[in-house]
Ligand binder design. Sequence first.
Ligand SMILES: [Zn+2]
Length: 448
Amino acid sequence: MFSLINIKSVAVIIYTTLLLGCVSSEQKATQNKYAQQDIAYVNGQFFNQSHGFESKAIIIREGIVIANVNALSDNFPGKVIDLQGKWGIPGLIDMHTHSFGNFIPNAKNDAPGTQGVSQRVLKAGVTGLVDLFGDETALVAVRNRQRNGEFVGADIYASLTCFTAPKGHCSEYGITTRTVSTVKQAQKQMAELAKQKPDVIKIVYQPSDDQPSISKAVFAQLVQESKKLGIKSIAHIKTWQDIRDAAKVGVSAVTHVPRGEIPKDIADLMANADVAIIPTLSVHNDFVNYLFDPSVLNSPLLTELVPDTLISAYRANDLIAKYQDRKTSFQQRNEVTLNAVKAMSDAGVKVLVGTDAGNWNTVQGYSVHREMKLLTDAGISPLQAIASATTHSADFLGIKSGFNEGEHANFVILNASPVDDILNTQQIALVVKSGNIVVQNDPSLSKL
Ligand SMILES: [Zn+2]
């Protein structure tokens, strides 16, 4: 027994000596830098906003990317996941959703609530969502639970409420919202809301609408108050003139695309005033596609995300028959909307993916992929469409999420190139949220 211990000790000494004698200074540096707990994703093509997809190795520790390198050294001590040349994009972010669930035409709504939606959309690679109006108290509570790690879901951000005129848009849903008519009320309501820590401010400004709207002076005040708080403001607008006013008062983004051809001044005006656009093409354009393009409802990803009742509702013959005559006019109108978004993008306006999910012809999670598809239909490149759904949105929200050192390890691994076909964003092999694999569709990639 004693001799056995002695032999072991000698072996340890010899091994240690060999090890110290053989490693180069570079290897020593690597050994010091990485630990057994680290996870390396190697042989992946990772999205880079300026360079496209690059072959890289990404190293993660405690949910944070600690290195983004060309190749991993042989003596990396942690776990290695070989991505076999697959494509990595940062976690998708929906910048405009109403997270109660999904509306279903002529059927009971699919309403798992914000927590259920936040959990479910991970399957679609959505790791962040921005609720732009719901029940303020309930949203604060569910956001806290998500942030405290009480459930694993997409990061929840929210405007919490909607600033609007008394009886204005947002007040028709039976949910309490913040109504303001005067500059004084705007100041008071904003100070109250600030205590709840909204992530963005949502303002409804549409003076030409049938529903009452706040005045331009109140709009300007709300935007000023948001700026003082250091919170980005997003205005729901209806007309091109509303966008001119929004640029003038200095709003951070507008959401929706007005009807009709884009006037010549708008795109440059937005670019110069640094007003981003959240076009919500899903809610504007996708109805005709849900009804008349079978591939939209045949998506395997969609099937994973919703009950069959939703898919069959859009396949219903009576619904299709009802809109058959308007198919061409819808398509023509959609073309005009796409042209407007392309003009904005060409002028340098930041386009952010938001779906307005919760409405007709949108689906929580799936519509983020539809939005990227519709952006490419507008003539925007797949790389730009991906940036709109990932890095641009993260920048807007001031969050660090992606593949760069120091960012939260939220990403999606795709089986096929989204540059070859943007629909390949739906070919999801893995979803990683805060460094953990939360969706594993490809058994050939080793599981943690
Ligand atoms: Zn909305």
